[in-house]
Ligand binder design. Sequence first.
Ligand code: KG4
Ligand code: ZN
Length: 339
Amino acid sequence: MPLRVLGIETSCDETAASVVEGGREILSNVVASQVEIHAEYGGVFPELASRAHVEAIVPIVKRALQQAHVTWRDLDALAVTYGPGLPGSLLVGLNFAKGVAWGSGLPLVPVNHLEGHIYAHWLRTDAEGAAPGEPPFPALVLIVSGGHTQLVLVRDHGAYEVLGTTLDDAAGEAFDKVARMLDLSYPGGPAIESVARQGNPRAFDLPRAWLPGTYDFSFSGLKTAVLRALKPYGDQRSPRLVADMAASFQASVAEVLAEKTAVAAKEYDVRAVLLSGGVSANTALRRAVRARLTRPVYTAPLSLCTDNGAMIAAAGTQRYRAGLRAAWDLDIEPGLQLT
Ligand code: KG4
Ligand code: ZN
């Protein structure tokens, strides 16, 4: 029988649970999003996030087991995110998982949330355009989400080298903040992508933060440039202006992310490039990456780009196979890195 692992994810604003078989087959994938709770703040409000996790965790895990048609006895292990993320949110998932592990006798596997985003590409989907089979090593992963922007070289299972990271905002954070400047809805990424379809990406000459000689990123200068370019218009912003600005901003982000990814892919001669995290759902980014690369580019369906339990179960399965088990005194690590 292939391993059956329940993945639990509560690092930010999604309460998620999923049962995955053999590290690849999704038997269930249940997510309770808190978008409506945080929308009025234009970003995640940590205290409200942890409370919403407390309310949702039991029903979400129950549903994940029901939809997979399994009980605790049919599982081989539990995998849970212990970092990085919001402390209060991480505590809910980790303590819940410890309680279940204690009561059921199932082994508990600690999972790094970033590793989860990488292993989303090991999950089997029928998504159009998704490259078939498991990604080959070495692979280069661009993780772009609301909390992270990293270029990671993956030499083998569990062998990571972080090539670059953001010096200020995460890519998704930049999308969310610029969306707010344009009075667009939260989360900002999908809102910007949607209005940008009607816009001209060359309408505004926005900066590109190349940071030459590094694989690091920076989005704060771009954000300031958007603010400055909008100023002369005051409240007189036509839909055309908003669309042009959204398209110009998106083009700047996509170009820098794609170019750096392509340069790193060549330097390290990787066999595949994987795009992970919420921002990797962005069509302009995907197109910009594909235009620069001849090697296989793996993208995931939206439900696996954003935070979910299946990616935690997939990463947990690899870690379980490698013998990793949590000790009972395992604590959350809000600033956990990939090593
Ligand atoms: O991976 P994710 O769900 O959560 C974190 O781990 O942070 O990413 C959420 C982020 C948000 O900032 C959201 O605006 C962004 O992903 N996002 C997008 C798109 N869809 C979601 N950004 C650009 N284009 C999109 N289509
Ligand atoms: Zn994430």
